[in-house]
Design a protein around this ligand. Structure first.
Ligand SMILES: Cc1ncc(COP(=O)(O)O)c(C=O)c1O
Length: 348
C-alpha cells in the first residue's frame, strides 16, 4: 500500500549527500566529544554558530535536551520561567523544566505564539509582589501547535526590549526556525539576533536522523556544555551522527524547505475545497491543522485515513495535524487529497 506519512517532519530520512558524507568518514574524523576532541562535532558546532549568528553552539541529542540545558544555563533552582501555553516545552517535554531544573513554570496566552505584552507585564509585576523571580521568557518559532505560524522578527525585537527592561533572558525554541526564515525569505539571523539563546533541530525538516543545536554567547554555551553532561548528553565519538548536520546546514538544503511549504499550502487548499465542516489553517510553513466539530469522533477520522495509508496525528480531541517534509512530493499530496475526498465526507 502507498503510505503518505504526514504525522511529523521527524519521520524524514537523510538525503544521498548525507550518506555520502557519512561514508567518507574514518577514525581521523572522530574523537571523544566530552573532551572536545571530535573534529566533526567541532566543525558542526562552528558551522551552526556561524549560520545562526551566535558566538558559539553546542550539539545536543534532541530538541527537548536543547531546551532543557538552555533553561538550566539561564536559571537557578527555584526560579520561574514563562512559556506560551501551547508551547512544546509546556505541552510535550514532560515537565523537565520543573522536575530536572527545579523551575516554576508559568504560562502566557498568545495570538498564534505572539504574546500580549500587557499580560506579560502583569505576570511579572505580580510575581515581584510575592518575591519570586521570573528569569526567562520562552518563545517558539515556528509555532508547532499554532500550525507552523511564524513569529515575525519585529515581535521578537519587542520581546527582546521587554526582557531587557526586566533584566530577563529570552530563549527561543527554534526547532523549526529555518522554516520561519525560508517562509519569510529572510536570513535566519533576523530572528536569532533578538534572543539570548536559541535551540534548533537538525532532525526535523533538515532531515538528519538525530540531533539539535543550542546557540548563544560563549559563556552560555560553556554552561550548557556542563549541563548537557549532567543530563546524559555527552556522546563521545558523536561525529558519526553529527556529520549529517554538516550537509543539513548547507544553504541549498535549508532552502529546500520551501518545497514543504508549497506542499502544505496545496494540502490546505485541497482540504478547504472538500467543503467539510472543518476549519483549516492558512499554513505559513509546513504544518496544516484541521479543527473538527466537537460531535465528530477524531479517532475515527485518523484511523480511517491511516487504513488508507494517509498518516496524520491527532494533537488533541479536536485537531489533526499534517506535516509536509522531505520525501513528500506534490503528487503525494494530490494522492492524499484524492483519498480524503473519497473517505472523509462519509464521516461528517
Ligand atoms: C517546537 C518543538 N520544540 C521542541 C521539540 C523537541 O524536539 P525533539 O523531539 O528532538 O526532542 C519539538 C519536537 O517535535 C518541537 O516540535
Amino acid at each position: 500500500m502507498r503510505i503518505i506519512d504526514l504525522r511529523s517532519d521527524t519521520f524524514t530520512k537523510p538525503n544521498d549527500k548525507m550518506w555520502k558524507q557519512l561514508r567518507s568518514l574514518d577514525n581521523s574524523n572522530i574523537g571523544d566529544d566530552v573532551f572536545g576532541e571530535d573534529p566533526t562535532v567541532n566543525a558542526l558546532e562552528e558551522k551552526a554558530a556561524k549560520v545562526i549568528g551566535k558566538e558559539a553552539a553546542l550539539y545536543v541529542t534532541s530538541g527537548t535536551q536543547g531546551n532543557l540545558v538552555s533553561l538550566l544555563s539561564h536559571t537557578n533552582r527555584g526560579d520561574t520561567i514563562l512559556v506560551e501555553e501551547l508551547s512544546h516545552i509546556y505541552q510535550n517535554e514532560l515537565s523537565g523544566a520543573t522536575q530536572i531544573a527545579g523551575l516554576e513554570v508559568k504560562t502566557y496566552s498568545s495570538n498564534k505564539g505572539v504574546p500580549n505584552f500587557e499580560e506579560l507585564s502583569d505576570l511579572i509585576e505580580n510575581d515581584k509582589k510575592r518575591d519570586s523571580s521570573i528569569k526567562v521568557i520562552c518563545s517558539e518559532n515556528t509555532h508547532n501547535y499554532h500550525g507552523g505560524a511564524i513569529i515575525r522578527p519585529n515581535v521578537l525585537k519587542d520581546l527582546h526590549k521587554f526582557v531587557e527592561k526586566y533584566e530577563l533572558k529570552l530563549h527561543l525554541d527554534g526547532a523549526r526556525i529555518f522554516n520561519a526564515a525560508v517562509g519569510l525569505n529572510i536570513p535566519v539571523t533576523k530572528f536569532s539576533k533578538e534572543v539570548d539563546s536559541v535551540m534548533f533541530c537538525l532532525s526535523k525538516g533538515l532531515s538528519c536522523p538525530v540531533g539539535s543545536l543550542v546557540a548563544g554567547s560563549k559563556n552560555f554555551i560553556s554552561k550548557a556544555r556542563k549541563y548537557r553532561k549532567m543530563v546524559g548528553g555527552g556522546m563521545r565519538q558523536a561525529g558519526i551522527i553529527a556529520s549529517f548536520g554538516l550537509v543539513a546546514l548547507e544553504i541549498n538544503w535549508i532552502q529546500r524547505l520551501e518545497e514543504d511549504h508549497k506542499n502544505a499550502k496545496l494540502l490546505a487548499k485541497g482540504l478547504k475545497n472538500l467543503n467539510l465542516p472543518i476549519e483549516v489553517n492558512n499554513p505559513e510553513t509546513n504544518i496544516v491543522i484541521i479543527s473538527i466539530p466537537k460531535e465528530i469522533r477524531i479517532g475515527k477520522i485518523v484511523r480511517k485515513l491511516s487504513d488508507a495509508g494517509i498518516l496524520a496525528f491527532n494533537i488533541d480531541k479536536q485537531r489533526i495535524r499534517f506535516v509536509t517534509h522531505f520525501g513528500i512530493y506534490k503528487d503525494d499530496i494530490e494522492y492524499a487529497l484524492e483519498k480524503m475526498e473519497m473517505l472523509l465526507p462519509d464521516l461528517f
